[in-house]
Design a binder for this molecule. Structure first.
Ligand code: SRM
Ligand code: SF4
Length: 513
């Protein structure tokens, strides 16, 4: 068996059983053979489960057209990488596209298994990897999207996030020590004052804090969403300097989770369930033991004291004379053409760098003052606007039924159409963050939204139709808190007047005309 054997005794759930039989990472050696024999001949568990360890997702909705989930640590890309990604999807015509994800990441669509070994070689040549981006692995590690650009930042998160990814994935080659976790695992490193990565919904979150005058991170643990339970992260009562200690502590927490997390009931296997079982003090003691050195107690307060920014628009950088442009990409959807166009903009106006945000948008940094006006004239900015309208601006949506077989409703197209219809009728003076998610797994994070919409099935006139449960009260940035379900089972066809009312009553929207 490849990978580290779980310590858990007792009855293992069916996922644990197939992992014990053959670790997910093992398919790395078999990929070439799978590509040659064709997806129809691949063993079902390898096809539908283990390939996710390499970021390759079989889509029952589009059999034969796979989704490829990359890793873009801290949301960092380059024009060169973007072109390689664009080329990977371009060959599939209309079936090829990409989505920017709610973890500051990118996924490719329409990919054929037979092409993946070649695509992986191209990835390797430019330093891209999709390793361990799905299933019981650490997902894309998020970091401040304006790290190194923002004059007010406290800690530049980029180097730390890269080091974390390198440790967890063995420099993108696959790390047997962490490919058999009890469940998925999320890590975020915030370096600014506005908590732009939703630190509180991660299994480990590092948030800036001064301890005895020294700047480092307070550590939060156990944040997660699932269909069964959603929790904000809680303090570990730990502080680390912004050094390799971040990597070492993450490794220690992952080891405790790997060796003691629940492998019997998959509904109770996220980190918070283990913290509950041990008690946070005992959990901390176990972490200190794995860490191998004393852990400092937390700083009395963290430095998250701003409202969250969305980075849409043009902003001066800490480097005099340079600016970053936050482009709004409607619900994160990109065609190959869009990707080539973004790469060109980054080269022509910036330094070739491209960044992604957890709101599924793009940032192009390092634009000289003298180039700003020209950039504004670019045709792509008609669609990927610097000044989107108030509802479009903050719209987020998960994949939904177009590609996801868990989905109870279609999300992305509906999300875009709904805000357009609402904005035709209403005027707003500030953005309202509307998040759509196609099922209770909450990939679209409805609990962090001003208005969260979670897909469900509803009975109407004797028929089952697509509907939503509505969440409100999600607060982000300073004093972040999770929203709560306030309405249940609204058929999507009846949703517009309900949202209209909500926007007028709670978000000071005014009817037009
Ligand atoms: Fe997710 C499973 C898409 C962020 C909670 N998520 C899935 C799968 C892989 C299911 C599947 O195999 O079809 C979806 C793939 C659909 C597709 O074709 O795109 C999927 N999740 C996504 C993305 C693409 C949504 C998006 O449109 O942006 C996000 C990819 C992030 C990334 O780059 O890695 C995505 N998923 C999230 C988040 C948000 C976050 O991390 O901030 C959550 C809630 C936070 C959390 O995990 O604590 C989330 N996804 C889930 C869950 C519920 C986990 C649980 O503990 O129960 C599942 C189902 C599961 O793991 O069993 C899931
Ligand atoms: Fe699929 Fe549900 Fe996640 Fe949306 S929330 S991507 S429908 S699993």
């Amino acid at each position: 068996m490849v990978g580290t054997a779980p310590q858990t005794t007792g009855k293992l759930n069916k996922f644990e059983r197939f992992k014990a039989e053959k670790d997910g990472l093992a398919v790395k050696e078999e990929l070439q053979r799978f590509a040659e024999m064709g997806w129809e001949s691949v063993d079902e568990t390898d096809l539908t489960q283990r390939l996710k360890w390499l970021g390759i997702f079989f889509r029952p909705v589009t059999p034969g057209q796979f989704m490829l989930r990359l890793r873009t640590p801290n949301g960092l890309l380059s024009s060169q990488k973007m072109r390689v990604l664009a080329e990977a999807v371009q060959r599939y015509g209309d079936a090829g596209s990409a989505d920017i994800t709610t973890r500051q990441n990118i996924q490719l669509r329409g990919i054929w298994l037979e092409n993946i070994p070649d695509i992986f070689e191209r990835f390797h040549a430019v330093g891209l990897t999709s390793m361990q981006s799905g299933m019981d692995n650490v997902r894309n590690i998020t970091g401040s999207p304006v790290a190194g650009l923002d004059a007010s930042e406290l800690i530049d998160t980029r180097g730390l996030v890269y080091k974390l990814q390198d440790m967890i994935t063995n420099n993108g080659e696959g790390n047997a020590a962490f490919t058999n976790l009890p469940r998925k695992f999320n890590i975020a490193v915030e370096g600014g004052r506005d908590n732009s990565v939703h630190a509180e919904i991660n299994d480990i979150a590092f948030v800036p804090a001064y301890r005895e005058g020294e700047l480092g991170f307070n550590v939060l643990v156990g944040g997660f969403f699932s269909a069964k339970r959603c929790e904000a992260a809680i303090p570990l009562d730990a502080w680390v300097p912004p050094t390799d200690d971040v990597v070492d502590l993450s490794r220690a927490i992952l080891e405790v989770f790997r060796d003691s997390g629940d492998r019997a009931n998959r509904q109770k296997s996220r980190l918070m369930w283990l913290i509950d079982e041990l008690g946070v003090d005992h959990f901390r003691t176990a972490v200190v033991e794995a860490y191998g050195k004393p852990l400092l107690t937390a700083a009395p307060e963290d430095e998250i004291d701003w409202d969250k920014r969305d980075h849409i628009g043009l902003y001066p950088q800490q480097q005099p004379g340079l600016n970053y442009a936050g482009l709004h990409v409607p619900v994160g959807r990109l065609t190959a053409e869009d990707m080539f166009a973004l790469a060109r903009l980054a080269d022509v106006y910036g330094s070739g760098e491209i960044r992604l945000t957890v709101e599924q948008n793009v940032i192009i940094p390092h634009i000289p003052d003298s180039r700003v006006e020209l950039l504004k004239q670019e045709p792509l900015l008609q669609r990927f606007s610097l000044e989107p309208s108030m509802l479009e601006r903050s719209l987020v949506s998960c994949t939904g039924s177009q590609f996801c077989n868990f989905a109870l409703i279609e999300t992305k197209q509906r999300a875009v159409a709904m805000v357009q219809e609402l904005e035709a009728e209403l005027s707003l003076s500030r953005p309202v963050r509307i998040h759509w998610t196609g099922c209770p797994n909450s990939c679209g994070q409805p609990q962090v939204a001003d208005i969260g919409l979670m897909g469900t099935k509803v009975r109407k006139d004797g028929k089952t139709v697509e509907g939503v449960d509505i969440y409100t009260g999600g607060k982000v940035g300073k004093d972040a808190q999770l929203g709560e379900k306030v309405m249940k089972g609204i058929p999507c066809e009846d949703l517009k007047p309900v949202l209209r009312e909500l926007l007028i009553e709670k978000f000071a929207a005014h009817p037009n005309g």
